[in-house]
Structures are given as structure tokens and as C-alpha cells.
Design a protein around this ligand. Sequence first.
Ligand code: PLP
Length: 353
Amino acid sequence: MSRPIQAHIDLSALQNNLRVARRLASGRIMAVVKANAYGHGLLRAAEALGEAEGFALLDVRDAVALREAGFRQTILLLEGFFSADELPLLAEYELSTVVHCSQQLAMLDAFPRRKTLPVWLKINTGMNRLGFAPEQVPAVMEKLKAHAAVGEVTLMTHFSHADEPEGVAEQLERFKGLTAQYRAPRSLANSAALLRYPASHGEWVRPGIMLYGASPFADTSAQQFGLLPVMTLSSEIISVRDLKAGECVGYAGLFRAARPMRVGTVTCGYADGYPRHAQTGTPILVDGQRTRTLGRVSMDMLSVDLSELPNAGIGSRVTLWGAGLPVEEVASAAGTISYELMCALAGRVPVKY
Ligand SMILES: *Cc1c(COP(=O)(O)O)cnc(C)c1O
């Protein structure tokens, strides 16, 4: 028998979440599958998301893998190409590329192929991460439209506050002002903007996190949007003991029992992708019942409070996050976001679809 930890990926939940996006979105759907589909497995996730009109990711090798697996949709490289050597590959595999800086424009000039590359022109409207400055847009548009190697141009930006109370208004207005004169498809919305700001949808929406069943908002749960959790990380209790008042659990004795209590050890730790910064009190399910973690998470194990669960023991099933326990709650107890937990699922955890 191997270690009883496992990630279960519910592909029908992924399909449900794509339908939620479809119902809300006015544009075509570019499913964001970067970072191994947020830790869910690129090819399996893409298969379940096969109704999407496009896929967005970063690594050209992953893009090629999608094409070779038979996906005919638009495939977009979100950071574009990094050197001119990649351009023939992009053309050969009919990949779409973001162009976000003048260095990339110069690399394009060295590429002789005709009208082969669909380009997504990234405009910086306030995120200040990637994209051309507003004042560069007219000249870049002119250059792209006249460029022999460039096919269709899509206008794109990315929001910095779509999941926050500030929203998208300022960036949306700036983008509209900059692009009003062009006849070109537009793409702005991540999950948060897709869910909350229909005016930002344009011709292509780019949902990521919502497809994987997590809410981008602190004030609205995934369930309230009809989203279902896709990844469930589960394991088992492999040891149980009674603590006397004053005894501690785990490294540095971070948790000390104020009274006698019953403690279980779960075989799941930070080397599995469980966040080490999860505090005592992080929610966790044992035999489907909610309880809390105790003390410091170690590499391969963590401790749980079984004081109120007299029937739990060695072999009891434990849910770290997923079905019955939103990943957002665990992330928040660890001072992070659901995205990071999903992406950090470790390679040593067996995945079952
Ligand atoms: C990651 C990413 C998205 C998806 O964001 P979510 O918050 O996961 O929906 C959309 N657009 C770009 C440019 C991204 O990098």
C-alpha cells in the first residue's frame, strides 16, 4: 500500500464551471491553462475544457503539446516569444502571440514569413507589468497592420483590481479611449471581470481561476456563482495520541494544549503542496467533519485536533481542500490565495481523474 495522499480532479466540475463562464460571457472563451492548468494537469484539463474557443498559457512547449494532442483552437502565448528563434515554431504550430514590448517588434522584423502570426497587442492601462504605454499604441498599431508577418491583431489589456472594491472602471475607460478608433477584437477580462463587469467582456474573455472552481473575490464564494471545486486534496490519519495539558505538538512546539486533548497526524505536508504558513486553526475535514490544524506544518505531516471527533482514528479520511472545504478558506488561513495552493500541488502527489 502506498502513501494514502491523493489529488482528485473532477473533470465534470471543470465542464460545469466552463458552462458558468459561457452563460455570463458575451465573448468567446480563452480558457487560461498556464501553470499546468493551475496544477490540474494541462492535457486532461484542456480536454475537459474542449468547448472553449481558445487556450492561453506561457510555455511554447506546452502550446505545441496542445496542438500535437489535436486541439485546433486559438492557442495564445501570454508573454509572447522570448527570442526570434521561436518564431518559426509559432508559425508552424499556428500559435497566437502576445506582443508587449518594442524588443518583440524588432524580433518580428527579422521574421520573413507572410501574414502568419496572429498578434495580441498588449496595452498597459495601469497594471504596469507588461504592455505598451498608451502613447505608443497608435505607432505600434500602424506598424503591426503594415507588418508582413502579422495576421489578425487583437487588442488586449489586463486588470489590476478586478477582484477588489476598486474594480475595473479606470482601466476600462483608458482602454476604450485608446482603442476606439480601431476595428479589432478586444480582450480584457480575467475571471473577476468576467463575473462582475460585463462591460469589460469584449470579443474574448480570459477566465482562469473560476474554471478551477475558486472565487477570485474575498466577499463572494465560488458556490454563490455556481462554481464547483475541481481539485480535492485528500489523505489519511496515520497516527493518533492523547496530549496532557501543557504538552506541545510538532516543530518548535508552536501549539501547546491548554487542556487534555486528542490529536491526529495526517500524512500531508508542505512537500505535498500544503502551505507551511497555514496557522493553527486552519480548517480541515476528518471523516467529513470540520476541525482544525494544530501547530506547524512539517514537510510530510501535519497535526489535527480530534478532541471533538471521538470516532476518528487511524485510517480516517482527511480533506485538505476541495469538495466540502473551499480552497479559498485554507489559502486565507495561510495568508495566500487559492491560485498559489493549486499551482503548488507537488509532483509527488498522485493525481486521479
Ligand atoms: C492568469 C491570467 C488570466 C486569468 O486570470 P484569473 O484571475 O485566473 O481568471 C487572464 N489574463 C492574463 C493575462 C493572465 O495572465
